[in-house]
Design a protein around this ligand. Structure first.
Ligand code: 48F
Length: 251
């Protein structure tokens, strides 16, 4: 059968429009496709929640791709090893309690788990605002093409309604900062300098619903709480994503 460019174009446009329309109302909107966001999205979607990841960059994976200073390896501690197994990520024991994995495989397997669980991805899409109603609940997100933001074009955005929004935007804590700046409902203290041991425990501890309808996970949780960063150890990110999923599923 001859290939026809018009059919290829129609296929892409009609299919993506169908997907967008199906996801204008979500149970869970995860902003940011780094390790904590991917883990959270996979785990809530697996339990039947309609979930999408909104990622401003071309690719998901966030800060995981680069490993430590562009050496594409990550370290995971004992207490998160079960999550490497859970997502099928291969690893080698380096020392007691320390496991090393490929950062590329880690992103690929987390992404595949999210896809298999039914998560939809909107990449190249930036969250530029939130919707908040009288009850102080975050009702959804205001989104635009990242290219619009980069080119500083004056183009009005569109919106996505969500039962729960997850701020998984990493060091930026971008959604929490929007809520702080525009509604004063939360305070973002800003992250502190590197202290791996403390930061890895605290990131799970600070994973919580910071105002009605908004859960923070990953480095965003530590940035909101004024806690430390941890560098290229990623167990806390996976555990925090899992904790965020538990909070959402228990609501
Ligand atoms: O930074 P990121 O990987 O967040 P994370 O899950 O993991 C942090 C680690 O990578 C690392 C670390 C671990 O030891 O400290 O840094 O907390 O991923 C955050 C994602 O959010 C996207 C951003 O492009 C990245 O992929 N993002 C940020 N702001 C927005 C956004 C926004 N406004 N709209 C959409 N996506």
């Amino acid at each position: 059968m001859p290939l026809d460019e018009v059919t290829i174009t129609r296929a892409i446009l009609e299919e993506q429009l169908r997907v967008i329309l199906e996801h204008v109302e979500l149970d869970v909107a995860v902003v940011g496709g780094g390790p904590s966001g991917l883990a959270c999205a996979a785990l809530v979607s697996e339990k039947g929640r309609r979930c999408a990841v909104i990622e401003k960059k071309l690719s998901v994976g966030g800060g995981m791709w680069g490993g430590g200073m562009m050496f594409p390896r990550i370290v995971v501690q004992e207490k998160a090893r079960r999550l490497l197994d859970r997502f099928g990520i291969g690893y080698r024991k380096y020392a007691d309690g320390y496991y090393v994995a490929s950062s590329v495989e880690s992103v690929a397997k987390l992404t595949a788990a999210a896809c298999d669980a039914g998560v939809e991805f909107f990449n190249l899409t930036s969250v530029e605002d939130v919707m908040i109603r009288e009850d102080g609940r975050i009702q959804g997100l205001v989104i635009n093409w990242t290219a619009v933001e980069m080119a500083r074009l004056h183009v009005d955005p569109l919106t996505i309604q969500a039962g729960v929004t997850v701020d998984a935007t990493g060091h930026d804590a971008a959604v929490a900062r929007l809520v702080e700046r525009k509604a004063g409902l939360v305070e973002v203290k800003g992250e502190r300098c590197m202290w791996a041991e403390r930061a890895e425990d605290q990131v799970v501890h600070h994973t919580r619903e910071i105002c009605p309808g908004l859960v923070v996970t990953g480095m965003a949780a530590n940035a909101v709480a004024g806690e430390h960063r941890m560098g290229p150890i990623f167990g806390g990110m996976l555990l925090s994503g899992e904790r965020a999923a538990q909070i959402i599923l228990n609501r």
